[in-house]
Design a protein around this ligand. Structure first.
Ligand code: NAP
Ligand code: GCO
Length: 264
């Protein structure tokens, strides 16, 4: 049974895996035996990544690459194929959010969120699938969201992108399942990372942010998730233990999607 979850001999690329959810998933894949590769699109994050992996004792390879740049992604994948034997596991983690009422959102901002959160996972998957077909296997894990299923005020671009990412996940499953490629999603609930820090900021009087209180009431687990909550699900979807799981989005949300919410 233990071997089903082993990633020994596998190469895993985690996009934007320098902190937050991506770094936790990268650490989990390393601890299961994978060689971890990550990319960052800023010098600051390249340095942050190098420091974080060194501190964790992980010999990870970092590439300076913006996931929206198809030429740059193809060059990165070609280098990984030349120097590491290619990508066995792709985690499309890199993502942004912009919280603006839709009618006030500039179309450029809407396009940027869709570019990074939906088109970039297409670019990265398109780049790794040919190598996975040659290998005779592959795992693609798209980091979806509660917003792959639900909407809320101010996140129209993000919800549209993450809803599309759920369907891209199902389509990659449909188109490449016969090449023994499994493409699944992880749908994190509300996770305490830099991306959600504004939603957890203490109020001037020291009280919890109203959204923080709302999420606690909406989550049966009664807490925000941590990046570490995603480690086990990621190893499962990256390993042989999930070889007959395809096109699925595994929600790791403490029960939010199952719960109407605590009565105020
Ligand atoms: P985060 O803390 O904001 O980290 C996002 C990472 O993506 C950063 O390392 C960022 O690098 C990188 N990135 C952004 N744009 C990029 C680009 N164009 N090229 C390469 N890297 C890029 O976010 P997180 O909370 O860890 O979330 C990670 C993923 O989980 C995202 O897809 C997010 O939508 C999803 N998610 C998050 C939550 C949550 O509650 N936190 C819940 C569900 C889903 P820079 O910092 O250098 O820009
Ligand atoms: C928001 C949050 C969410 C989380 C996550 C939930 O503003 O509602 O940022 O979108 O990031 O996607 O699954």
């Amino acid at each position: 049974m233990e071997n089903m979850f082993s990633l020994e001999g596998k190469v895993a690329l985690v996009t934007g895996g320098v902190y937050g959810i991506g770094f936790a998933i990268a650490k989990a894949l390393h601890d299961a035996g994978a060689k971890v590769i990550y990319n960052a699109h800023t010098e600051e994050s390249m340095n942050t990544g190098a420091e974080n992996y060194k501190a964790a004792g992980i010999d990870a390879k970092g590439y300076f690459c913006d996931v929206t740049d198809e030429k740059g992604v193809q060059e990165m994948i070609a280098d990984i194929e030349k120097n590491y034997g290619g990508v066995d596991i792709l985690v499309n983690n890199a993502g942004i959010i912009k919280r603006t009422p839709m009618t006030e959102m500039a179309v450029e901002d809407f396009r940027l969120v869709v570019d990074i959160d939906l088109i970039a996972p297409f670019i990265c998957a398109k780049a790794v699938i040919p190598g996975m077909i040659k290998k005779g296997h592959g795992k693609i894990i798209n980091i979806c969201s509660m917003m792959s299923e639900l909407g809320r005020e101010t996140v129209s671009a993000y919800a549209a992108a993450k809803g599309g990412l759920k369907m891209l996940t199902r389509n990659i499953c449909s188109e490449y399942g016969d090449a023994n490629i499994q493409c699944n999603g992880i749908g994190p609930g509300y996770i305490a990372t830099p991306q959600t820090a504004p939603l957890r900021e203490r109020q001037p009087d020291g009280s919890r942010h109203p959204f923080d209180q709302f999420i606690i009431a909406k989550t049966p687990a009664g807490r925000w998730g941590t990046p570490e909550d995603l480690m086990g699900p990621a190893v499962f979807l990256a390993s042989d233990a999930s070889n007959f799981v395809n096109g699925h989005v595994l929600y790791v949300d403490g029960g939010i999607l199952a719960y109407i919410g605590k009565q105020p």
